[in-house]
Each structure stands twice: as structure tokens, then as C-alpha cells.
Design a protein around this ligand. Structure first.
Ligand code: PGA
Length: 257
């Protein structure tokens, strides 16, 4: 295993926050703090802010992602957004299967798989989220849960597409709760995820896949988490809404690269 082979990625997940003018303000604050970083920076913003943020980031290396995508190209799916719609705007990444989508919007491993495949077909990089609930960790079945989520979410994704997939390990009990997984817990789970990928794909593909940790990552714990061998970046919720904090996390990732 060689961490330096892998891309370090810091992705902000703004969730349902920021109106268009607020998004522009935040982007303009984040830009000077993260531009030229030694890691890949992605801002996953609400659909309504995509165009504004993409325009504001023109000429920088910062990428813009969406937080969900539908698996059909077009049709009678009121309220949904397709891969083609995102691509035409200049979106490059999309979060798929976030635990909030699973918890509140009926997302299942099957729909995660469909969305991921559709994103890949349209050349969007899916950030596929997996993670256990608190009771599952307490019952000692974290690995079983991760293994099932990965197997089902990645079903039918061929070798040449897995190189475009990013996995985010987000223990549900750590999301938005201020309860971060210890760096050891994060490492253990990310290492296990890599082992699962190794079983499903060739070793070198597992070795080059970026696995992010998400769940209350912030400016003070980022360095410790990111220093771990199998933690290749972060998916940041709350702290990505504060430019200075997000900038500090990007700085911590850049030091480690
Ligand atoms: P958090 O969210 O950093 O606020 O815990 C992470 C996420 O939900 O992606």
C-alpha cells in the first residue's frame, strides 16, 4: 500500500445551506484560502448554487460537485436532476448515497448503485457514501454493513470505471454530532473498505482508490485523521460552511501530501 499513489481529496458538503448570494460570498472567501492547494478541493453545493459557484471558481483548480443525481436521463421524475443537466453546467463530482438521503429520502443500496452507474456513464465522478449506524457499531457488525453496502453499491461497475469512484466512509453516528471517529477507528474502517475493494477488483485498483473520512471532521482533528495510511481525504459538512475552518482542513491535507 502506498498512500502517495492516491489523490488526497477534501470535499465540502454544504447540504441544504446557502442562498445564491450567500454561496457567492462563501466561495469568494474559500477561494484564496484553498487555491493552489496540494490536494484536490471539491465544493458540493445545492443545485441552485451550482452555476454561481462554478462561475466564481473559473480559473482556479477547485472543483464543483452536486449532492445527488437521478439515474434516468430524462422523463417524468418531478423534482429530480439528471447527469446531463449537471455535466452541461460544468459539474465534475456528485455525492451519492449520503446517509441523510438514505435516512430521509428512501435511498437504498440499489438506488445508490443505479445513481453511481449513471454518473460514471456520463463522466461524473461519484463520491459514494457508506457507513454504519450507532447500533450497528455497538452490535459489532460495522464490517458486515460496510461490506454489504460496498458490494451492492458497486455491483456491475467495471474495472475501468472504479478508477473514477471515490468512497467516503461516514459513520452515521459521527455526522453532524460533533462525535468524530478516533483516527484509529477511521483508519480501521477505511483499511477494511480497501480490503473489500481488493476482493471485488484488482489489488492495484484498490491501492489507487481515494477513500475519504466524513463525520465531524474539523480544523482541529483533520491533521490526525488525514495522517492515517488509508484515509485519503475528508468529506466535510459543518466545517465546510466556515471558510477559515475549511481552509485549515485543506492546509492540513496539503501538509500530508
Ligand atoms: P459533518 O457532515 O462534517 O457536519 O459531520 C459530514 C457529512 O455529512 O458529509
Amino acid at each position: 500500500m502506498d498512500k502517495s499513489k492516491r489523490k488526497t481529496i477534501i470535499a465540502g458538503n454544504w447540504k441544504m445551506n446557502k442562498t445564491m448570494s450567500e454561496a457567492l460570498d462563501l466561495t469568494n472567501q474559500i477561494k484564496p484560502l484553498t487555491n493552489g492547494a496540494d490536494c484536490e478541493v471539491v465544493l458540493c453545493v445545492p443545485f441552485t448554487n451550482l452555476e454561481t459557484v462554478i462561475n466564481a471558481l473559473k480559473g482556479t483548480d477547485i472543483k464543483v460537485g452536486a449532492q445527488n443525481v437521478h439515474f434516468e436521463h430524462s422523463g417524468a421524475f418531478t423534482g429530480e436532476i439528471s447527469v446531463g443537466m449537471l455535466k452541461e453546467l460544468g459539474v465534475q463530482h456528485v455525492i451519492v448515497g449520503h446517509s441523510e438521503r438514505r435516512q430521509y429520502f428512501g435511498e437504498t443500496d440499489e438506488t445508490v448503485n443505479k445513481r453511481a452507474k449513471s454518473a460514471l456513464q456520463g463522466n461524473l465522478m461519484p463520491i459514494i457514501c457508506v457507513g454504519e449506524l450507532l447500533w450497528e457499531r455497538e452490535a459489532g457488525i460495522t464490517e458486515e454493513v460496510l461490506s454489504r453496502q460496498l458490494k451492492l453499491s458497486l455491483a456491475g461497475i467495471p474495472d475501468n470505471d472504479i478508477t473514477k469512484v471515490i468512497i467516503a466512509y461516514e459513520p452515521v453516528w459521527a455526522i453532524g454530532t460533533g462525535k468524530t471517529a478516533t483516527s484509529e477507528q477511521a483508519e480501521q474502517a477505511c483499511k477494511f473498505i480497501r480490503l473489500c475493494i481488493e476482493k471485488l477488483y484488482k489489488n492495484e485498483l484498490a491501492d489507487s482508490l481515494s477513500i475519504l473520512y466524513g463525520g465531524s471532521m474539523n480544523a482541529s482533528n483533520a491533521e490526525q485523521l488525514l495522517a492515517k495510511e488509508d484515509v485519503d481525504g475528508g468529506l466535510i459538512g459543518g466545517a465546510s460552511l466556515k471558510a477559515l475552518d475549511f481552509g485549515e482542513i485543506v492546509k492540513a491535507a496539503s501538509i500530508i501530501v
